[in-house]
Design a protein around this ligand. Structure first.
Ligand code: NAI
Ligand code: MG
Length: 357
């Protein structure tokens, strides 16, 4: 089992150190090799995703990723910015399915801005398509208009676009995932207005014929945004396009309290994957030893489950995380009165200890 470890920038190095600590405590045989990525790689090699880092990732079964980015790189040309490393990895590894579970741990119910009864026991999975949609559709650009409400005015345009195979493969991923969980898929679209998403709806409906044991519902994205805060537990698996998924997954992440708790996985068709916390490099708290490492530790658990075929080890990590929360240990982002405030490394050590017990 080969794991490429790419800590990146800011809190990336601190939280990935805790996740590798936890992996090493598992008595499984991993080959772990680290490389620079993002701003750290730019400083050392002049590029956020050097060839050597990309090759390490390509030849691994899975990539454990921290985070990249810092305000100090904002003035760089776009191709040299740290965030380009993520896009480059997604593209080169063919990562098309982004999994973002939103689970509300019993001990953290109070950390959510929603009423406890709405989110206690929440366990939903958002699956976002990563390679298509308006983020990549051509043509795009700026020009002087020749029609529309303001002919001859300056304008900008993007193209929303999905091909049938792209929709089919993400729909299959969603139905397969639902089979192992609550057996329900909500496909989120805007079929009432957009041809791309009428097509999306038609293709998902067709793929559904192969999964009669899974319930399929269709929902418009505006309604889905409402239902996520009104009755989030009514969802099981949500599948949607790149842009709607970007927005809804951030909305869902807030149901559970802190972004410091939320793992993610991005998979290709060979189950090779990139695993990272849902948050960024948090430059405001970097180097202070206070970042919550649990999102990264839970991402490592997803890596064991999806790419390394180690379901039992994945569950052991998830149980250990629940245990440290039950012990009342909290990094500052999830701290509340009556609990014990700990730093990044202490939290990692506590998870290791809970694994052993
Ligand atoms: P962010 O997620 O880094 O931080 C948002 C807020 O959440 C900050 O107040 C931060 O302190 C807090 N936070 C994040 N992770 C935390 C953790 N583990 N424990 C405790 N608190 C945590 O998002 P922001 O500030 O918008 O972006 C910062 C940098 O990260 C930017 O350069 C951005 O481009 C980059 N970024 C990178 C991502 C990636 O590597 N996949 C994803 C999102 C942002
Ligand atoms: Mg986002």
């Amino acid at each position: 089992m080969k794991i490429a470890v790419l800590p990146g920038d800011g809190i990336g190095t601190e939280i990935v150190a805790e996740a590798t600590k936890v992996l090493k405590a598992l008595d499984l045989k991993f080959e772990m090799e680290s490389a620079l990525v993002g701003g750290a790689a730019y400083e050392a090699h002049g590029h956020p995703l050097p060839e050597s880092t990309l090759n390490l990732a390509k030849n691994a079964d899975a990539v454990l990723f921290g985070a990249v980015g810092d305000w100090k790189y904002d003035k760089l040309d776009r191709p040299l910015r740290p965030e380009q490393a993520i896009l480059g990895l997604r593209k080169n590894l063919g990562l098309f399915a982004n999994f973002r579970p939103a689970i509300c741990y019993e001990q953290l119910v109070g950390a959510s801005s929603l009423k406890p009864e709405l989110i206690a026991g929440l366990d939903i999975l958002i699956i976002r398509e990563l390679t298509g949609d308006i983020y990549f559709g051509q043509p795009r650009g700026r020009r002087v208009a020749t029609d529309g409400h303001f002919p001859s005015a300056e304008e900008a345009f993007d193209t929303m676009r999905y091909s049938k195979p792209e929709i089919e493969r993400i729909a299959r991923v969603a139905f397969e995932a639902a089979r192992k969980r609550g057996k329900k898929v909500t496909s989120v679209d805007k079929a009432n207005v957009l041809e791309t998403f009428q097509f999306w709806k038609d293709v998902v409906t067709e793929v559904h014929k192969d999964y009669p044991d899974v319930e399929l519902e269709h929902m418009y994205v505006d309604n889905a945004a409402m239902q996520l805060v009104k009755k989030p537990k009514a969802f099981d698996v949500i599948v949607t396009g790149n842009m709607f998924g970007d927005i809804l997954s951030d909305e869902a992440s807030m149901l559970t309290g802190s972004i410091g708790m939320l793992p993610s996985a991005s998979l290709n068709s060979k189950n090779q994957g990139l695993y990272e916390p849902s948050h960024g490099s948090a430059p405001d708290i970097a180097g202070k030893g206070v970042a919550n490492p649990l999102a990264t530790i839970l991402s490592a658990a997803m890596m064991l489950r999806f790419s390394l075929n180690q379901e039992e080890a994945a569950r052991r990590i998830e149980a250990a995380v629940q245990k440290v929360l039950a012990q009342g240990l909290r990094t500052p982002d999830i701290y509340s009165e009556g609990t014990t405030k700990v730093g990044t490394a202490q939290m990692g050590d506590a998870v290791v200890k809970a694994l052993a017990a």
